[in-house]
Ligand binder design. Structure first.
Ligand code: PEP
Length: 257
């Protein structure tokens, strides 16, 4: 059975001290063991990653992990300001968010760059959380399926045939118009896209692979709307931005799954 996942993307927020307080406040209120098939992932900024990984420590056995928010596509070298996949791994991360729309928009990441990042992440035994999603105009033009198919075909699928044993990418569908805007896709809109994504995987790699990929929804998720989204058959959890910075909201979302 595929995993349910709630991942918190803290983005460029929180000093190490703030991170410590946030993760402790959140962890204190997670009721472990309630949902055995659930992974909770904290994705703090790089400067807090080791600290947060240490705090969650032995809770990996309870399904609590950390992830990076990005990595470089090369293993090492003269790339001032960049962080490698192996650095994330040695800082305690098990996951890495790749292809987030903010990286695509502000840092010009193309599908080809994202594909290279996925490759290096997998090589270092990090599970990529691959983000895809259309912009508002693309949805208005009814091109959302075409856009998401292109992102997945170019960014993710080239790496699908050589997955390391036991490592399976997670996909996050995040309509760009819903990220940080307070607008959420309706449960029907999200389910329709998640079903489409799963069908793409089934067509190319078979029903077995399609059934085992966790597909998360992201875009202004909060405890009020998360329950309706997570009950959809192809929505396996959420990638949460703003609400992951507030322990009571993040916990509310976790409890709604
Ligand atoms: C995100 O950045 O991945 C995200 C979903 O943000 P928010 O929940 O704030 O819309």
């Amino acid at each position: 059975m595929r995993k349910k996942i709630i991942a918190g993307n803290w983005k460029m927020n929180n000093s190490p001290e703030d991170s410590k307080n946030l993760v402790r406040d959140t962890m204190r209120n997670i009721s472990f063991g309630k949902e055995k098939n659930l992974n909770v992932i904290f994705c703090p900024p790089f400067t807090s990653l080791s600290l947060v990984s240490e705090i969650i420590g032995h809770h990996k056995e309870n399904g609590v992990f950390t992830g990076g928010q990005n990595c470089h596509w090369e293993e090492r070298g003269a790339f001032t300001g960049e962080i490698s996949a192996s650095m994330l791994k040695s800082s305690g991360a098990d996951y890495v968010i790749l292809g987030h729309s903010e990286r695509r928009q502000y840092f010009n990441e193309t599908d080809e760059i994202i594909s290279k990042k996925i490759k290096v992440a997998l090589k270092n035994h990090l599970i990529p959380v691959f983000c895809c999603g259309e912009k508002l105009l693309e949805r208005k033009d009814h091109r959302h399926f075409e856009i998401v198919e292109k992102q997945i075909s170019l960014g993710l699928f080239p790496n699908f045939s050589e997955l390391p044993e036991g490592i399976f990418p997670v996909i996050a569908y995040e309509p760009v118009w819903a990220i940080g805007t307070g607008e959420t896709a309706t449960p029907n809109q999200a389910q329709e896209m998640h079903f489409f994504i799963r069908s793409l995987i089934a067509k190319k790699f078979g029903n077995g692979k399609a059934a085992s990929v966790s597909i998360l929804y992201g875009g202004s998720c909060n405890p009020k709307n998360s329950g309706e989204l997570f009950i959809q058959p192809d929505i396996d959890g959420g990638l949460i931005g703003g609400a992951s910075l507030k322990p009571e909201e993040f916990i509310g979302i976790i409890n709604s799954i």
